[in-house]
Design a protein around this ligand. Structure first.
Ligand code: ARG
Length: 380
């Protein structure tokens, strides 16, 4: 039985024995120093009986049999009863019996979301563990939680990787070391203009849906995701492959995102790029910080994908809340996405969109720490 209901039942049984009527009105205590729960119904019951509430509260307390359940019972204020649960009782209850929400919701939790061109690094580890913690608490409360691993699996860096894969003869054992592979590919990209052209062409092919390029891209994604899964399993994180809904999943929606914005007169051309300027995002100098949704070469951006994701989550998934776990450096990005989603109607059901920001993981030198998680926790 739910703890609240159990407490209410014994208090109301005491009411009956004392010839009182009414609801015990048990609520979670407003402050920890008041205990775990408080019963607010004594005042009304006393009033109905034409009696002094504190006196009635004392009688209820004497009548109450909560041995083994409550560890401390106290009269407070005009006639509240504060209840602190007994540790031995708490040890026997299921989480849902304490936490159960009276209004269960469908909640998307967007967390972990590493970028698949490289190994997952310790910064992502932080959002991964906080996100998994939230997911477990929300599920224990009875909410329907939809995990969404919004992995960075799309974008220009994959053109570079695919080109290097072709050049280096596709040795899959070399690919297993994603970190080294990325560094070598980047080196080639920085050193050789011909390589850069090939990489740009590979991005165009990828975005155009060329089957051979897509197959090469898929190899990266599979290997990279399997590395992430090994870390999740090792750490007991509840993310599974079915929760992966990466940036690439929204590719087909992106032209419509732009068209929707255009149709609403929200788009502005700024040096060839398509941008949205929302008044409320002025910086200290008074300049509006634009939301760039399409580059001059036609490519889409992180923001475009996130707008599509809001639509998917609030329409297809019917989420009533969506929680986003990243570090605080993305605060402006999410404020802009949430505001624009409301303005342009991507937030279909008025869902509550919330950025759960955490701090950055820094090295001893005060710089961002990009140590690969695998190395960090020494995966066997
Ligand atoms: N991949 C992103 C990063 O590493 C995090 C994605 C968070 N989720 C989102 N819907 N933008 O910064």
């Amino acid at each position: 039985m739910h703890v609240k209901a159990l407490l209410a039942e014994s208090i109301e049984a005491a009411f009956t024995r004392l010839g009182l009527t009414g609801d015990a009105l048990v609520q979670v205590a407003a402050r920890p120093e008041y205990g775990d729960y408080q019963a607010n119904g004594i005042m009304a019951a006393a009033k109905r009986a034409g009696r002094n509430p504190r006196e009635v509260a004392a009688e209820v307390l004497a009548e109450l049999d909560l041995k083994g359940v409550a560890h401390n019972l106290e009269i407070a204020g005009p006639g509240f009863i504060n209840i602190t649960l007994a540790p031995e009782f708490l040890a026997t209850v299921q989480p849902g019996e304490v936490l159960a929400s009276s209004a269960p919701k469908t909640i998307v939790v967007d967390y972990s979301a590493p970028n698949l061109a490289k190994e997952m690094h310790v910064g992502h580890l932080r959002g991964t563990s906080i996100g998994d913690c939230l997911v477990r608490v929300l599920e224990a409360q009875g909410h329907t939680v939809l995990r969404q691993n919004h992995v960075g699996d799309w974008g220009t860096q994959f053109g570079m990787l695919i080109t290097y894969l072709r050049e280096s003869g596709e040795q899959s054992d070399e690919l297993q070391d994603l970190e080294r592979f990325y560094v070598s590919a980047k080196q080639r990209f920085d050193d050789d203009p011909a390589f850069q052209d090939a990489a740009r062409q590979a991005v165009v092919d990828l975005q155009g849906g060329d089957p051979a390029t897509l197959a090469e891209w898929q190899r990266f994604i599979d290997i990279s995701l399997s590395h992430c899964q090994a870390i999740y399993d090792r750490l007991g994180i509840t993310l599974r492959s079915e929760h992966t809904q990466g940036e690439s999943a929204y590719n087909a929606m992106l032209p419509d995102v732009i068209e929707t914005l255009r149709a609403q007169g929200l788009l502005q051309n700024s040096d060839g790029a398509q941008c949205v300027f929302l008044e409320q995002f002025k910086n200290k100098k008074g300049d509006i910080q634009p939301i760039i949704v399409q580059k001059s070469d036609g490519g889409y951006l992180y923001a475009t994908t996130d707008l599509a994701a809001v639509q998917y989550r609030t329409d297809d998934l019917q989420a009533e809340r969506a929680l986003y776990l990243t570090d605080a450096r993305q605060a402006l990005h999410f404020q802009q996405i949430f505001a624009l989603s409301a303005a342009a109607g991507f937030n279909r059901n008025g869902a509550s969109l919330e950025h759960m920001a955490h701090g950055s993981v820094l090295g001893l030198d005060g710089q961002l720490d990009h140590t690969a998680v695998a190395g960090f926790i020494r995966l066997a």
